[in-house]
Design a protein around this ligand. Sequence first.
Ligand code: GLU
Length: 339
Amino acid sequence: MKKMRGFNLVLVLLLIAALTLAGCGQKPAPAPAPAPAPAPAPEPPAAPAKSRLTMASGWVTGVYYPISGAMSRIAYEKMPNISLSVESSGASVANAKLIGTGDADLAILQNDIAYYAFHGEKMFDKPIPNIRGLFMLYPEPCQLVVRKDSGINSPADLKGKRVAVGPLGSGTEANAAQILEAYDIKFDDIKVERLTAQESADFLKDGRIDAAFFTVGIGAAVIADLATTHDIALLTVDDAHAAKLSAKYPFYSKTVIPEGVYKGVPATQTVTVLAMVAARAELHEDVMYDFVKGIFENLNDIHRAHEMGKRVTLDSALDGMPLELHPGAARYFKEKGKM
Ligand code: GLU
């Protein structure tokens, strides 16, 4: 009997189980799909083992060229992951465009031109949105050179004269136009010559032109050499015209070219802009950090390259910067407590 009762109980339990499954007619709920594993945050692309960079500089007889040559040597000797080849060029305007097209990675250029380039103003028919700042270099005065016996004593006397307004692609040309404008002179009122920097000096020597504009670091070979063989004068941009210029174009400030920089030339007041180094935004942050750090850890080599190199200092590295900094440069200057 005991056995029978146990058997019945098993039957009843089986029956209940069968009824439960069949009666409900429900398929067991499928197990919930496992939640997809969160995608890992994408790793930033690693810096290339070696970056071969090009730097657009300027006139061979200017100051950008020897300064960029020093940077290239520092890279060669002290930056195992960077090589830097330097190319001469018309300078600022051409260099900004080379950054825009990716034909140059780095460039030296004037701060006024860098600003116009980024915003697509003046000589730039469209913005160059990928131009970023690395650091500032030194002042670049607008130097108006004439022969001493030319009878030209002020920019106001340039009307009707043959004037080299700066090489093709230079920033100088923009400065020439703006300075002349302050004196109510248009390019149409002069005989415009577009010569290389060296040609401008040569043409001045033999009287083929009357005046030449050079926006260039003080002591540039192109003017210094000319002054050793010919009597030259620099034209003064006086207070009133300097004020008029900087009111309209805020990148200008007054400066004085000291006596004796050029043989026989007394101290002369003019206006100045600043030279700076820019880079393509697309360059890797780590590479630009290494580059800027490498330069600022070897400033002695920059100081030795040209008198103007001595103006490059960590303290003044961001003064007058018209562009957003490249993240690699920003990282370095933050680390140094400069921003
Ligand atoms: N600032 C000049 C220009 O862009 C170039 C000077 C240089 O090559 O040193 O016109």
